[in-house]
Ligand binder design. Structure first.
Ligand code: PMV
Length: 288
């Protein structure tokens, strides 16, 4: 028997991170950098030292009602802890591959739900945004419910400062601010308003005016204390070149997403980034 291998994409927020933790909507897309899980029945368990992988394997076993020992290997080209949903992609790919190896198929919606439970078990509060987007692919709207968004394909630029931050700590920082200051709660609501408008612009392919909302969203995230000098430098480099940009994910350090991926915007972001790459909406979890 050959092993079962599945891959799943990372995810970037075009609008709405942090606010989505408060059930406001967020607009995301799956980025074509992937995590790959290879799972093979074995004489004894041989699992990587990752709580996400271990929790995902437990859930796949429960789903398949089968506790065969498994050897698991995971590889990923998604920067870790940098706002591109690396742990979600690992959880999604592992669940999908393990279920297959145990003789069960797990559809992408079910994988999304199980992977969200994995993230909650490992990191506490987590929205379903990254896990859902990684499982189903394309553009998504996640908030009080979740769905795919039918938008034309396009290209964005990701700039990575080489750093990482703890999602849990960033989410806690925002929670403290929201508790202490009603203006912060209003900002969270305003971010939700940007996503509500943004989804219409994505659906009509009006990415230029979606970009204006991304700029506003970055300003509001900065006000919530989750930007950093290196993230803002990449954002301003994109803006000075005539583009639009914002941080993506938890913030603190990591990645920004910019638009458009042409007219010097990519080069401008690269001048302030450790690594820069163009990304377009990717397929969700799939067998390899
Ligand atoms: O940086 P990431 O990929 O872990 O994304 C975090 C996004 C938050 O909205 C801040 C938290 C969440 O669970 O959605």
């Amino acid at each position: 028997m050959s092993p079962s291998r599945s891959s799943a994409p990372g995810a970037a927020f075009l609008l709405g991170e942090h606010a989505v933790v408060y059930d406001e909507p967020a607009l995301l897309f799956a980025v074509d950098r992937r995590a790959t899980a290879t799972v093979e029945a074995s004489s004894e368990d041989d699992l990587p030292d990752s709580p996400y992988v271990r929790e995902a394997i437990d859930r796949a076993r429960e789903h398949a009602d089968e506790d065969t020992p498994l050897a698991v290997e995971v590889s990923s080209s998604i920067p870790v802890g940098a706002g591109l949903g690396s742990s979600a992609a690992v959880s999604v790919a592992t669940l999908h591959a393990a279920a297959r190896e145990l003789g069960e198929t797990m559809g992408s919606e079910r994988v999304a739900d199980e992977a969200h439970e994995v993230e909650r078990a490992v990191q506490g509060a987590a929205s379903p945004a990254d896990t859902y987007t990684s499982a189903v692919g394309g553009f998504t709207l996640v908030g009080n419910g979740k769905r795919r968004v039918d938008a034309p394909p396009t290209e964005f630029v990701v700039g990575y400062d080489g750093g990482s931050a703890s999602t849990g700590e960033m989410v806690e920082g925002v929670a403290r601010l929201v508790e202490d200051n009603p203006v912060a709660a209003d900002i969270v609501g305003s971010i939700g308003d940007l996503s509500r408008r943004g989804v219409e612009r994505a659906e009509t392919g009006d990415f230029d005016s979606l970009g204006d909302l991304m700029d506003m969203n970055h300003g509001l995230l900065d006000a919530l204390g989750v930007s950093s000098s290196s993230l803002s430098r990449m954002v301003w480099a994109a803006r000075d070149a005539g583009g639009n940009a914002k941080l993506t994910g938890a913030g603190g350090a990591g990645c920004v997403v910019a638009y458009p991926a042409k007219d010097g915007v990519r080069e401008a972001v690269a001048s302030e980034a450790e690594e820069t790459f163009a990304v377009s909406p990717a397929e969700g979890v799939r067998p390899e």
